[in-house]
Design a binder for this molecule. Sequence first.
Ligand code: AMP
Length: 190
Amino acid sequence: MINLVLFGKPGAGKGTQAEFLKTQYNLKHISTGDVFRYNISQGTELGNLAKSYMDKGDLVPDQVTIDMLQAEVDKNPQASGFIFDGFPRTTAQAQALDAFLQTKSMQINACVALEADEDELTKRLLERGKISGRSDDQDESKIRNRFQEYNDKTAPLKDFYQGQNKFYAVDGIGEIAEVTNRIAAVIDNL
Ligand code: AMP
């Protein structure tokens, strides 16, 4: 079983890469952002709560996100491994994920970080916003706030996974297939 954390700033290509990797390695892809957006589209209580944070580019509170992630994992008992995309985003989430996986005799094998600079990512997000209609991709001040949230709360996870010898940085700039190959090289060496 392989369990991966795909790590990186908004727009780094986590979702795009997960789509390729899940097929290549037969993994279940869980994107917390996608699950929140699905709940928003269905008008659920979770969706309404998440929307109030996502609309501003703020992180959704930890316990709400952790409970939702655990429910998604529990829905897939047959999975031969998971790609966690956009989770964990805080140290509390990373600790909760480790503890949760341990109860299932599972663990994170690698945290793969897609690296790209903020100017490039802002351009990508604004382009994506035109196609996806995502309101948090269409407004530069919301994008800046998402980077701020990342730098304050998510960036420290690099140390968390480095401390476990599980952190691998990959250059996230280039053709999609090129980046997939860089990530595959990391996975194949685990
Ligand atoms: P994403 O699709 O990963 O860019 O996530 C979109 C938004 O969903 C984020 O800006 C947050 O508001 C929320 N979100 C997604 N994943 C998490 C998480 N792990 N913790 C808190 N908020 C999250």
